[in-house]
Design a binder for this molecule. Structure first.
Ligand SMILES: [Zn+2]
Length: 339
């Protein structure tokens, strides 16, 4: 970034990176610029937060916006830049290895208890910087949640209706790298984190090209209502979703399973091996296996079940799913992981 120059730079981040001084250091890498920091980003960024950030941009009139943080900081900054005129140079620096938001045209915003994916090519950052030195002190839970999100991006992308050979290659490679190394990263190995970071971005490129599916539609609905971390919801839902889609996804599941040494003698056995491997990994990462274990009481879930299914049915990610899904099937999929 040393070659870049600007008069005014806005760094969009959260309190942690503002207090640690990292946000200021990153902003100072732009030659000769006055740096301001918007440090109000919270998980599951709401439309109000974007409006607040946008007002800050209008006051400052930056030529460069840098998003520093996990998916929430990047998604918030994306929406701010999207609604701002004139065009600015937009740089994304992810500090978790999960959403792939630094290379996608998706921004997930929360409004009225629901997550709404905004999808537009204008949301794509011009520059993504992958710096593994930012990952050395990642909290364990973030490693697990974000890693399972990457595996879900890869699996949904290879099955998605609009999948291409390019997306398949990226997603298969991303899945294999994360599947092989996520537990080591969780147990404290920092050497594998650079590789997982790259894989997260590869999976982002894959799903930006191919689309996602029912797992993300359900995770968005549940995350908007209960604020459970996104990757954790995917980890809970994924085995059930694989089973649901298996009859139309035999070939892509076989390809991913073969790359990870999980190939069975038949397609049915391969799907079982893939599911078993993901459940075992989830256990190694000490993650919940049901929504109840993740803190969502079955009564609260039941009361909202139909509304959640309706919300998921409206999610743009659902249209990528290879198998059509009715509202009542969405209810069944949620209820299958309730307890
Ligand atoms: Zn995701």
């Amino acid at each position: 970034m040393k070659q870049l120059t600007a008069h005014r730079v806005l760094v969009v981040t959260d309190k942690f990176f503002a207090d640690s001084g990292l946000a200021a250091q990153v902003g100072a890498r732009i030659g000769g610029a006055a740096v301001e920091i918007f440090a109000d980003v919270k998980p599951d960024p709401a439309l109000e937060l974007v409006a607040q950030g946008l007002r800050r941009m209008q006051d400052l009139q930056p030529e460069v916006v840098i998003a520093l943080g996990g998916g929430s900081a990047i998604d918030c900054a994306k929406a701010m830049v999207y609604f701002y005129e004139p065009e600015v140079l937009f740089v994304a620096i992810p500090t978790t290895s999960g959403t792939g938001s630094e290379v996608t045209s998706f921004s997930i915003l929360t409004h009225d208890g629901a997550k709404h994916p905004l999808i537009d090519e204008k949301l794509l950052p011009q520059i993504a910087i992958l710096d593994a030195s930012l990952l050395e002190k990642l909290p364990k839970k973030l490693i697990a949640d974000a890693g399972m999100d990457v595996l879900t991006h890869a699996l949904e992308a290879v099955c998605a209706k609009d999948c291409t050979p390019f997306a398949t290659a990226l997603a298969t490679e991303a899945f294999a790298r994360v599947y092989a190394q996520l537990n080591a990263s969780y147990q404290g190995s920092t050497q594998v984190r650079s590789d997982i970071h790259i894989a997260a971005t590869m999976a982002g490129l894959a799903f930006d090209n191919a689309g996602l599916g029912v797992c993300h539609a359900l995770a968005h609905a549940l995350g908007g209502a209960f604020h459970t971390p996104h990757g954790r919801l995917n980890a809970i839902l994924l085995p059930t979703v694989i089973e649901f889609n298996a009859e139309v996804c035999a070939a892509p599941y076989r390809q991913i399973a073969a790359r990870c040494g999980l190939l069975g003698a038949t397609d049915t056995l391969t799907v079982k091996a893939l599911i078993r491997a993901l459940i075992q990994l989830r256990r190694q990462l000490e993650m919940p296996r049901s929504l109840q274990q993740a803190g969502i009481a079955p009564d609260a879930l039941k009361a909202q079940l139909h509304k959640l299914a309706e919300t998921a049915s409206q999610d743009p990610c659902l249209s990528g799913n290879p198998r059509p899904v009715t509202v009542s099937q969405l209810e069944q999929l949620i209820w299958a992981v309730a307890t």
